[in-house]
Design a protein. Sequence first.
Length: 283
Amino acid sequence: MPLMNTSLYNYILENSASISERWFSLKEGENGSIYSSTVSPYVKELLEKQHTFTIQTVMSAFLDDQQIFASNLSKWAIEVAQSRVDLGTPTHEVLQALSITRQIIWEHIEQYIKEHGDIPTEVILNWITIFQQAFDTLNNKFASLYHEFTIKQLNEQQKIILALSNPIIPLIANTGVLPLVGDIDSSRSKSIIEEVPERCLKEKINHLYIDLSGLSTFDAKTLDELIKLIHVLALIGIDTTISGMSPEMAKLAGVSSSNLSKVNTYSSLRQAFSKGKIKLIQE
């Protein structure tokens, strides 16, 4: 049986060009999809290369050495899943394309069986099992890595968004401004505590102006997070000044158990700069 399996493997690989050609003629996709007929030459070349490797990976399951299939599977899944995430291809389009590949390869296996009429039934049944299991494994491995890479991409994008929402603007030497804008939810407050001190150290900032004028809401929880940030910065030797403190914010700070008495606070960033003798615009 191993010799027959190897013979089938070689037969399918020898016909991989015609399998891919038929696959391209049958695949479907909406406009903008990588499976549409209007894809760029780069994407088409990528698909051709990956489809050839898909055929090789599936058929390597027929070889006696299963380490070859395992190795191909791992490489294939990483390459295809990552590229589909990068290209923004929906999972269902990939699985549909794999389904078409499954159909075409099996048609060629049937053709091989017809050309070799003396193949025992038990061998054919075994081929069916190997083929179905190989594709099921391919689908499952792809779906798993696609999910993993998508989560990783979303996390990286979230970090970028949080970094942009908490920008530290360097001013004169060792001085910077952190303008807080919008709402501060639990996720953002966590990123502020984790990232702002590190970025201050990276920028060699020893005095940070925290401007609150862009906040859409300011409640007791926001105040607590602000105090926590100031405390963390103080522990690493960074002084802070608060600007943009409205009367409502001041009232809340006054009745809160949180202590801002040791921090200089101002109603505007201009006032804070003036008191700090920071002159940015020639008047």
